[in-house]
Design a protein around this ligand. Sequence first.
Ligand code: UGA
Length: 429
Amino acid sequence: MPSMSAEELFLPSTPGKFKDKSHSMQRQFHRCFASTSTMFLWALFLVALTAAYLSFVDSGSKYFNTAWGGIHWEKQVRASAQIHRTNGFSVLVTGAAGFVGSHVSLALRKRGDGVVGLDNFNNYYDPALKNARKELLNAHGVFIVEGDVNDAKMLARLFEIARFTHVMHLAAQAGVRYAMENPHSYIHSNIAGLVTLLEACKIAEPQPSIVWASSSSVYGLNEKAPFSESDRTDRPASLYAATKKAGEEITHTYNHIYGLSITGLRFFTVYGPWGRPDMAYFSFTRNILQGKAITVYRGKNHADLARDFTYIDDIVKGCVGSLDTAKKSTGSGGKKRGPAQFRIFNLGNTSPVTVPMMVGILEKHLKVKAKKNLVDMPGNGDVPFTHANISYARKEFGYNPTTDLQTGLKKFVKWYLSYYGYNHGNSVK
Ligand SMILES: O=C(O)[C@H]1O[C@H](OP(=O)(O)OP(=O)(O)OC[C@H]2O[C@@H](n3ccc(=O)[nH]c3=O)[C@H](O)[C@@H]2O)[C@H](O)[C@@H](O)[C@@H]1O
């Protein structure tokens, strides 16, 4: 490839009209820079232009991201954060357009708490579903800020506008197997994003109490069943699990150094209406209805895999119970003023069901037989089974899951059919 001259380098690479004018442009270029004094003036002008641009960028992403900032936006945040019950909370829910986030936001709003949502609406799965959840929340008076937990300026502004008593941090890069495809998205959301949020909470006045989503996947290669919070969690089987485990350690340091009250929740394979299309029960439903084959993984020696599938309403109760029993953070002015609460709870269902059994329940509710491909579990971060011991959450706030998989999947299928219909085509990712 022939090398470009210095003058050509100044030209944009876009084709079309611009290149047609290149000769006259070059002549002008020579004329403009003919004398050193003009050149000096041009240089000054360019420096001023660059400085103006940088200060413009620095003055807040609101100028670039129309999704946040401005008087109207602040008004919406204030209204949404408004508490409507005695001794109610004002809660920032991150990941509010997500599966668990939308359910928790709605539950809090319905009992009179102030709720401000935050979500980056990324396209890990169909954003139309996230938008539909957002519409639902909007209809109940919950405003969702479109933004990323990595945006420190936006977070600082949010904490200035609304004095959140609690943060329910559910924004995350979810999915166990996708971590092999896009590892950095896990670091971005589950580690960098978490730290950015904790930094904002640390300096907020008052410091909020934080409840956040860890995962049952932290138990990794643990074989002792059921899984108790005190079991080993130092052998994660996926990068996803490793980032959640890292989150548990990171939150501990913020609790220890800054006095933030922190509760981590280890969710066990949460399912239900408005769920995540990337999860097995959801994608199986779609494929079964479309007459496509589903892939069912099997463990060592062809053993069935099993999950402690937990229904969304039970998880919501666990989230709300955690918020209700969270003690206040003790820090102020970014400094710890006394020891603060630090808890980690399992939120599971305590009765694992095998994946083939889950498929059988779906077949029954959908009234369609699945075409199954049985495949040995690939080394992709999966674990053979999960099973929660929930006695700690039961003792602390009476956590008591009441929905079995039969009942829960029936509700899911009902929702799925009402939302997508029998013949929903390929609109779901
Ligand atoms: O409990 C948790 O901590 C985790 O639960 C789920 O992860 P997972 O249990 O792997 O849920 P699914 O992806 O829905 O898989 C459920 C079961 O179906 C199996 N599966 C999945 C996909 C598939 O095509 N075939 C198949 O047999 C998996 O091996 C697994 O045993 C969520 O996706 C995670 O975000 C969450 O943190």
